[in-house]
Write a protein that binds this ligand. Structure first.
Ligand code: RET
Length: 347
């Protein structure tokens, strides 16, 4: 079956636009995104409920990317913007395709990519919120810059680059340090994933400068450049990251909501004014568990269970003696002990 996307949706109001070959490439990227997405969907069912957050983020990323590539391959999701500089035999001022679909994709996927990384680092919530804010600043200034016709577009580009510098600093400094507190395994996984992400993210503003910015490369070449980057930053990065995390016991991160997993075993439990939860099992004798996932810097965590993403176990060791004190401050209510059988029913 031929690719007739450009006949069904002919370029409107643009002189510099993708060709059928560009669209063919975009269909191929769409197929890879969709296939990887379906694989991760199948994989995530093998992970206990309550420990699926990284897989679910990967699904969010890949689903969004698949839809964005479907749109671009169909020659939909762009607008025409007059170029600042001429190229390919076209003078300056003719309309080039600017793909807002790409920026909508990034608005969803880049925060999700960062969350995949920093949720496994124990970074405090306030830093995570600020990180996501500057990520959105980066993408939205990139979109506005791409839509601006005059040289003022480079002002927006500069704001975006400044935001990227903040992201690099946070990942390389506080987040890496925080992952180190979680243990050597977490530090290793974080360092390699953050290095790959930081390197790939350096290439995006270069592609922007050559395409949306200075109009040096054609829309087809732009699609190849961003397409290769997106394949590396989405399917390749997420699968690598998920495999690295699969060797770690994720319960140390305390990311499980605990509602489904604990109530199934213990029934309803109350929270008294002291902030202490009462479970209907012997686990209450375990005392308090350390708040590793909230940025405690000195605690160590003891947890047991199969160190395997596919495993059904992997929860806090709620036996007496294996307790950790939260040393962050007395204003932090102690975390509830977790019944040791809790996640056994959570699938
Ligand atoms: C823009 C232009 C403004 C300056 C900067 C940019 C960086 C964009 C990046 C995008 C990453 C996208 C990814 C998508 C995959 O899902 C917006 C191009 C710095 C880093 C990883």
């Amino acid at each position: 079956m031929g690719n007739n996307a450009l006949q069904a949706n002919p370029p409107v109001d643009v002189q510099q636009h993708i060709t059928v070959r560009g669209s063919d490439w975009l269909w191929a990227v769409f197929a890879v995104m969709l296939f990887t997405d379906l694989c991760v969907m199948a994989w995530h069912f093998m992970v206990p409920r309550g420990q699926r957050v990284f897989h679910q983020l990967a699904i969010i990323i890949l689903t969004t990317a698949a839809i964005a590539y479907f749109s671009m391959a169909s020659n939909l999701g762009y607008t025409g913007v007059a170029t600042e500089f001429g190229s390919e035999g076209f003078p300056a001022g003719v309309n080039r395709q600017i793909w807002y679909a790409r920026y909508i994709d990034w608005t969803i996927t880049t925060p999700a990519l960062l969350l995949m990384l920093v949720l496994a680092s124990g970074l405090p919530l306030s830093d995570i919120i600020t990180l996501i804010f500057f990520d959105l600043v980066m993408i939205i200034t990139g979109l506005i810059g791409a839509l601006v016709e005059s040289s003022y577009k480079w002002g927006f580009y500069a704001f975006g680059c400044a935001a990227l510098f903040y992201i690099w600093w946070l990942l390389g400094g506080p987040a890496r340090q925080s992952a180190g507190v979680l243990g050597a395994g977490y530090r290793r996984a974080f360092t390699s994933s953050a290095a790959l992400l930081s390197f790939l993210w350096l290439l995006y503003p270069i592609a922007w400068g050559l395409a949306d910015g200075a109009n040096v490369i054609s829309p087809d070449s732009e699609m190849i450049f961003y397409g290769i980057l997106d394949l590396l930053a989405k399917p390749v990065y997420t699968i690598l990251h998920l495999f690295m995390l699969s060797r770690l016991d994720l319960t140390a991160l305390q990311l499980s909501s605990g509602k489904f997993t604990t109530s199934a075993v213990t029934g309803p439990h109350d929270v008294e004014k002291t902030g202490r939860h009462h479970y209907g099992t012997d686990a209450a004798v375990a005392g308090t568990a350390g708040a590793v996932g909230t940025g405690a810097t000195t605690g160590t965590t003891h947890h047991t269970g199969k160190k395997n993403f596919f495993g059904r176990k992997g929860q806090y060791d709620a036996t007496p003696g294996n307790t950790t004190n939260n040393t962050v401050g007395t204003h932090d209510a102690p975390n509830p002990p977790r019944p040791s059988e809790a996640t056994a029913v959570s699938h």
